[in-house]
Design a protein around this ligand. Structure first.
Ligand code: AMP
Ligand code: MG
Length: 710
């Protein structure tokens, strides 16, 4: 159902005209954007809805009106009140009784009392906010009449497990929503009378008219509303709700998914359904992005004047301070979240385990009835198994057959392992004493309900997916994966080895390496191809990258020489900071923003390019991806080589561990030796100062795996 306009009504039962918080708000979204109106009275709101319907009719447009009050009552109510198990006669019944003046004065408590009178006992409605008592309307929650449900099916689907829906039976007091429905349904009846052909109430009616009225539940988008309020401090929640919901529903209205119901038709015509209940994730995804993705400051890579050489640690610290997460966020199902980085803390929706259960197959009983020496406990009929709880109570002195994972039945606090028992089917015998609670798991012993399960910034791996699933976390807020663009430069470079290369030409080794590296790190790799040393061509590729990627890695031309076209271009047209880092191999790192996108200009030598990427780009990208700064996890091993290192530059040697766990290094330190990168399993990191290394000297070894190379 594609609609042209969505109006969301946030209703109020105020007894006087009122504006601002907790008053009536109407949000209207269409192709021209979204506006919100604050209406002081219900009569004005009704007139406004009529005007919107008239307009839709005149322009031959489809209008969806979402109202935040219930359009039906829990099963059992309608039949009792009107003799008809459908909602429509209830609307009529209410419209005949509710009086609602242009000053917002209304008679609701009396109407509710009259409805209560249709039931044996006190009736379902309760709560009276007025001073004077109203006969037939209890002030506190009465016993619910036989055959009536406490909540509608859709309310449970809308709130999800864990939170309890607000009761439509409660008319006043904290969290009361019942009065809204009673007054709203009376208005709905008037609208239906006025527009008999043009208006249809979903899902109660089959017709397909230009104007649809449906129930909505703004709390399904509470996180999005909170975010909107946070960036607009003057906006009240009600306004944020109608704005966010109207624009989300407009976006989503052309998907059949939203109105796809697999519910019992009879239940639907009586209780109705909340639009979007059961499709919360789709609804949340339809909320238009409210924020611009975060941007880095133009001068974030600037080096203070006069700084010539920077030690590695200082360069890293400068990057850590300059950068921040730059990707936007999304909501995704837990099953699709592997590899994603949490953008918000995740809390347990339920304890794990939810109830005490058995850790073994055996027999369960009350510990208090056992003692030392041989024990014989008669068995009760039945058994407790995982997914098949034992419903009864096990009397003290008796035992029940219990299997791993089964909830401990009432009367059971201890389990004896099957292998330690004998049984003839009538009783179980074993040797006492048995420790109280043995072989049982406490409720929440793993994680307690509401406890922090995983913090924001955590990258989700298989065990994390298991943990969050076990805790009932159905969806998570994650950062969208960082998109890493990779560009190679150089006149001598041939893009790929299936193309011919003359003797003065070389095949591009850096780009496939860096694209693979980006994927290894969990990012989306964006191939920006190869550009010859032509400023215009490089500029075009960078601009393409600025659109398609969040960050760009280039290789080649990064120094300050005649042929260093990347740094020349970035100096001329970007915001270049050329960092001369006291590092071997490596040295120049060209850092810049190109059209707002950070560019890491790596040296062209594959060895230097890889080492600079591992040492600088890896922690920097992790920070920009939302997962926080990363320090490589190295460990100390004995050297299996000799070297006399001069002071001044930190050095990384291509290395691997020999059979004795000592680090051997690649025979040549030449920075063009790609075979050495492939030969190695990691790097040996030598400190900035001078060192004298002989076999056995402790050195720091960084395995490739600790640098995210897999
Ligand atoms: P540059 O940083 O442009 O001066 O290049 C340094 C060295 O790295 C030169 O020998 C280049 O040919 C080589 N080189 C540059 N880019 C690549 C690449 N993508 N693949 C392999 N070697 C490269
Ligand atoms: Mg070059």
């Amino acid at each position: 159902m594609r609609v042209d306009r969505v109006a969301i009504l946030d209703w109020s039962t105020a007894g006087k005209p009122r504006v601002g918080k907790d008053s009536i708000w109407l949000g209207v979204a269409d192709a021209s954007g979204v506006i919100a109106e604050n209406l002081p009275t219900r009569a004005q709101a009704e007139a406004r809805l009529c005007a919107l319907i008239d307009e839709a009719q005149a322009d031959n447009e489809k209008l969806l009106i979402g109202v935040d009050f219930n359009l039906g009552f829990p099963a059992g109510f309608a039949k009792r009140l009107t003799g008809d198990a459908r909602a429509a006669p209830v609307w009529e019944w209410l419209a005949a009784r509710v009086t609602d003046g242009s000053d917002n004065a209304h008679n609701l408590p009396h109407v509710a009392a009259e409805a209560n009178a249709a039931f044996a006992g006190q009736g379902p409605f309760w709560g009276n906010g007025r001073k004077e008592d109203v006969a037939g309307l209890p002030r506190t929650r009465p016993e619910l009449p036989e055959g009536l449900s406490a909540a509608r099916r859709t309310e449970i689907a809308a709130t999800g497990p864990g939170s309890r829906p607000k009761s439509t039976w409660q008319l006043s007091g904290a969290g009361a929503v019942g009065a809204q429905g009673l007054m709203g349904m009376a208005m709905l009846h008037r609208l239906r009378l006025r527009y008999p052909e043009h208006l249809f109430v979903w899902p109660f009616e089959e017709a397909n008219a230009p104007v649809t009225v449906a129930e909505v539940y703004p709390s399904m988008l509470s996180a999005e509303c909170k975010a909107l309020c946070a960036s607009n401090p003057d906006m009240v929640t009600d306004e944020a709700q109608v704005r966010v919901l109207a624009s989300a529903l407009l976006n989503l209205s052309d998907t059949a998914e939203l109105m796809d119901l697999r519910e019992d038709a009879k239940l639907l015509v009586e209780e109705g359904w909340i639009l979007g209940a059961g499709h919360q994730l789709a609804l949340r995804r339809a909320v238009p992005a409210m924020q611009e993705p975060p941007r880095l400051r133009d001068d974030c890579f600037a080096m203070p004047q006069g700084v010539d050489w920077v030690p590695v640690d200082e360069a890293l610290e400068r990057l850590r301070i300059a950068l921040k997460p730059i990707t936007t966020q999304e909501t995704c199902r837990i099953g699709d979240a592997a590899g994603g980085v949490l953008a918000a803390d995740c809390f347990a929706r339920r304890s794990n385990p939810p109830r005490p259960n058995s850790a073994v197959d055996g027999y369960g009983f009350a510990h208090a009835a056992t003692s030392e020496g041989p024990q014989r406990l008669p068995l009760v009929d039945g058994r407790a198994a995982a997914g098949q709880p034992y419903d009864g109570t096990v009397p003290q002195g008796a035992a029940v057959r219990i299997l791993t994972g089964a909830i401990l039945p009432d009367g059971v606090d201890t389990v004896v392992l099957e292998e330690d028992t004998a049984s003839d089917g009538a009783a179980v015998v074993f040797d006492g004493p048995v420790k109280p609670f043995s072989n049982t798991r406490k409720a929440g012993e793993d994680v307690m309900e509401d406890a922090l399960a995983l913090p924001a910034g955590h990258r989700l791996r298989a065990p994390d997916i298991a943990l969050l699933s076990a805790l009932g976390v159905a969806e998570v807020q994650t950062f969208r994966p960082l998109r890493v663009g990779v560009l190679s430069t150089g006149d001598e470079i041939i893009a790929a080895p299936h193309l011919p290369a003359l003797p003065h030409q070389i095949w591009d080794a850096n780009r496939p390496m860096l694209l693979t590296l980006a994927r290894n790190w969990g990012y989306e790799a964006v191939d920006l191809g190869h550009a010859t040393d032509d400023p215009e061509k490089i500029a075009a590729r960078l601009s393409d990258g600025a659109k398609r990627a969040d960050v760009i890695l280039t290789s080649g031309g990064a120094s300050a020489g005649d042929e260093d076209h990347v740094s020349a271009l970035l100096r001329a047209r970007g915001t270049l900071s050329s960092w001369r880092i006291a590092l071997k191999p490596g040295r120049p790192l060209a850092l810049a923003l190109w059209e707002g996108t950070p560019v890491f200009g790596l040296p062209g030598n594959p060895v230097a390019a890889l080492i600079c990427a591992l040492i600088f780009a890896r922690p920097a990208f992790s920070l920009m991806a939302g997962a926080g700064w990363l320090n490589p996890q190295g460990f100390t091993v004995p050297a299996a080589f000799s070297k006399s290192k001069k002071p001044g530059r930190r050095e990384y040697l291509r290395a691997r561990l020999n059979a004795d766990g000592a680090a051997e290094v690649f025979a040549s330190e030449g920075s063009g030796r790609i075979s050495g990168l492939s030969w190695a399993d990691g790097l040996v990191e030598l400190p900035d100062g001078a060192v004298q290394i002989t076999p056995g000297t402790p050195v720091r070894y960084l395995p490739y795996s600790s640098l995210g190379l897999t």
